[in-house]
Design a protein around this ligand. Sequence first.
Ligand code: OVM
Length: 407
Amino acid sequence: MTLIEGHEPIIPAAGIPVWDIDPYDESVLRDPQAYYAELRRLGDVVYIPRYSVLAVGRHKITQKIFGDHENFVSSRGVGLNDFKLGKPWREPSIILEVDPPEHTKTRKVMARALSPKVMKALASLFNEIAEQVVDGIVQKGTIDAVTELAEIFPTTVFPKVLGMKDVNARFLVDYGAMVFNGVGPDNALRRNSMSKASEIVPWITNACARDRLTEDGLGALIYADADNGEISHAEAAMLVRSFLSAGVDTTVTGIGNALWCLSQNPAEWEKLKADPKLFRPAFEEVLRFTSPVHTFARTAGRDTEIAGFPVQEGTKVLCVLGAANSDPEKWGDPEVFRIDRKPVGHVAFGAGIHGCVGQNLARAELEAILSAMLAKIDRIEPAGDPVWRPNNAIHALDKLPLKLIQK
Ligand code: OVM
């Protein structure tokens, strides 16, 4: 049988709605809300013939599939390629692209390196760098908040936190884009990203080696667990790579999307100014409202079912997190951005055993940058049209012209 996008084509069960759409069309990726709404409207699960996959977008069902790692596995890849049927573009991640019991051990090591205690110890560094970054832009008046703020903060802070000796912000951002485009189909976005692989992948691999890391960062914590025998040294290098894969593009996107939300909703910025304690719920609402990671897939590891429809082993299921996060059934008025919504149950960090292990680091970064901005900036206003940058798994801005009005 010929594969479609590296997986076995399926014959959907009778009764599953068939939808002739390309979810990875660049115009859909730039402005996905109509796609999300139609996906939810069509049913609990739909069949997309273009890629021969199932897709889910209602909140309840998306959360359920993410919670069911026994039927819907990650070890066959969280994109369209089935790792059981072909060699993936890079060595699989030993935390993202595995199932229990292998996952349990690596997850524990990463969770320890990213524990609340470790995050607390990093707060002063985050605040210091956030202040520097904000000091560097307040005078400017008008900025591109993507290149001059959202990209700068994580690419400055993250290598320090990890203890990287090699610094190349561009490679970090491009590698992130590659990893996330990599879970999509073999389209122009993925090919373009991958064209940089021969230069970037060896750089990334080198940067994860123990002798390229300092003794005092999160990387050293991971290698210490190798010294203890909990994992091998080769596994330590792979877990450091996971930091670089999952930690840069996502937080760049989180910060950019937060600034987009707040600049488009000045009343919400004012609410935040009046009560800076709201920055935590504000960030959760940004995550719900913009879903920085919009889609990840799972693979049916055995014959199973979705919403009562039989699903064959090997079926790829697109879990459209962005659709779940804007499901009116769950949120009532999902199209409204309200910083005090407190959107418990949003799936922007995923759900279940693979739920984002770095989420507290992401929150700490946002807290630092928003606090630094609130201290020095009175208002932020759009200074031109925002431009979205299509990516097969990330919903991020390419340009966000902002006017900063100093206090
Ligand atoms: C990884 C990883 C983890 C989470 C997300 C991600 C696709 C990658 O371990 O490489 O992005």
